[in-house]
Design a protein around this ligand. Structure first.
Ligand code: GLY
Ligand code: MN
Ligand code: MN
Length: 434
């Protein structure tokens, strides 16, 4: 990502904050796994979005209009001994020269310096509640300043949500962000497509997961969320991640996996027949979900509201469920009563970006949000009929979801994940079962 893009984001943020406010944002904390081992580090998305800085132990401070510099970055000091173990630290010089900070200080000096940066400002914009330990420190800095009120020091009176501003910014993607998302989508779609030549009875679900990990890592990415590879009835468990079972002849396998590359996520689901050919029942359910997805995709365009895709998918699925005898009653009744939720229990999508379930409000002033160019979302209807459902046994154990990633354009949308095959003919032909 170009340095100037981070600079532009910070300028936009400063305009929102105004000269009576200032903002303090902490890097994500490191999380211990056990003893000397930490979980792999992932920067907080808001912090990354505004700074491009991916080290832990950092605090970014934004003070609009401050003459000596508006953007101040506290971070680890370079230390030869630690660098022997952990590799290069960015340090204060590069924080200024490479990351665009106006001023940079060692994180260990923050208690002495930060209260002074708050002086004279009314509001502190912060992510209160995200990290309770950091909240305590922030309150401590403000209180340190308030304690000097009798000496004429003006301390901030108000804490204001920083997330609301940053999340509205993140919701609408720039050209450069869309390019990164396109790349994550391309790698993910190719990984799903490659599975068509790999999946066969006798393989284990974790081996399917391993194939995806191989494709993600060899592109310098990693899974944006735990990979779901659920065969047979496991496909009906929405967050199935144990991926421990053997793929059996005649089953479907539902694969929900997306790479994160350069901080941006893809999120694709495909459902394939283990033996290369759908059974009659699987074919009917699969085609129904695909029809619902196509109906939903047709609603993904500027000016339409967020929920239009979900409403379209729900109607198609409800019609199909009634027609196949999975539900009784009229289509309108099934929708109004919510009966369809027995087999379609999640929503049709979510915002997508740096986080797989990305930030941004879905409603504004109580109304579903209108889609605008640059917004990115998933479209992912599904139908899940677990064993023991109150339907003809021939449907039981079938679970199907089909998920694509879209960016709203001026006159419709770009489907970033189109390259991952999803028609019955394409899947069967690629698996040699057609
Ligand atoms: N992979 C998470 C989701 O589809 O929402
Ligand atoms: Mn998904
Ligand atoms: Mn999703």
């Amino acid at each position: 990502m170009d340095k100037r893009e981070y600079q532009r984001r910070r300028e936009t943020l400063m305009q929102h904050i105004g000269e009576d406010g200032m903002a303090v944002l902490s890097a994500a904390p490191e999380r211990p796994r056990n003893r000397d081992v930490h979980h792999p580090y992932r920067q907080d998305s808001d912090f990354w979005y505004l700074t491009g800085f991916t080290e832990p132990d950092a605090v970014a401070v934004f003070v609009p209009g401050r003459e000596q510099g508006q953007y101040i970055l506290f971070s680890r000091e370079r230390d030869a001994e630690r660098e022997t173990w952990e590799g290069r630290t960015i340090g204060q010089d590069a924080a200024v020269s490479e990351y665009g900070a106006d001023d940079a200080f060692p994180i260990d000096d923050i208690d002495e310096i930060l209260p002074g940066l708050m002086e004279g400002r009314d509001k502190v914009y912060c992510a209160m509640g995200a990290d309770p330990d950091f909240d305590q420190r922030l309150i401590g800095w403000v209180n340190a300043l308030r304690a000097r009120a009798r000496a004429g020091v003006k301390a901030p009176l108000e804490y204001v949500s920083l997330e609301h501003i940053v999340h509205e910014m993140r919701l609408v993607k720039s050209k450069a962000e869309v390019a990164l998302m396109r790349e994550a989508a391309r790698v993910t779609a190719a990984a799903h497509e490659r599975l068509l030549g790999v999946i066969r009875p006798g393989l284990f679900e974790y081996q399917v997961e391993a194939e995806l990990l191989y494709d993600f890592r060899r592109h310098n990415g990693e899974p944006a969320y735990p990979i779901i590879a659920g065969s047979g009835a496991n496909a009906c468990v929405l967050h199935y991640i144990s991926n421990s079972d053997e793929l059996a002849e005649g089953d479907l396998i539902l694969i929900d996996a997306g790479v994160e590359m350069n901080g941006y996520a893809a999120d694709i689901t495909r459902t394939f027949p283990v033996s290369g050919r759908f059974t009659e029942e699987q074919r009917l359910i699969y085609q129904l979900v695909l029809d619902a997805q196509r109906a939903a995709l047709a609603e993904v365009r500027p000016g339409n509201h967020w929920n239009a895709a979900h409403e379209a998918a729900t109607r198609v699925l409800a019609e199909g469920m009634v027609e196949l005898g999975l539900l009784s009653g009229s289509v309108d009744e099934v929708i109004e009563s919510g009966d369809y939720r027995q087999f379609f229990m999640h929503r049709t999508g979510h915002w997508l970006g740096m986080d797989v379930h990305d930030v941004g409000d879905y409603k504004v002033d109580g109304h579903w949000r209108e889609l605008e160019p640059g917004m990115a979302l998933t479209v992912e209807p599904g139908l899940y009929i677990p064993p023991g459902s109150d339907v003809d046994p021939r449907w039981q154990g079938i679970g199907v979801r089909i998920e694509d990633n879209c960016v709203i354009t001026r006159d419709g949308h770009e489907n970033l994940t189109e390259a991952a095959p999803k028609s019955i003919e394409a899947i069967e032909a690629a698996m040699g079962g057609g």
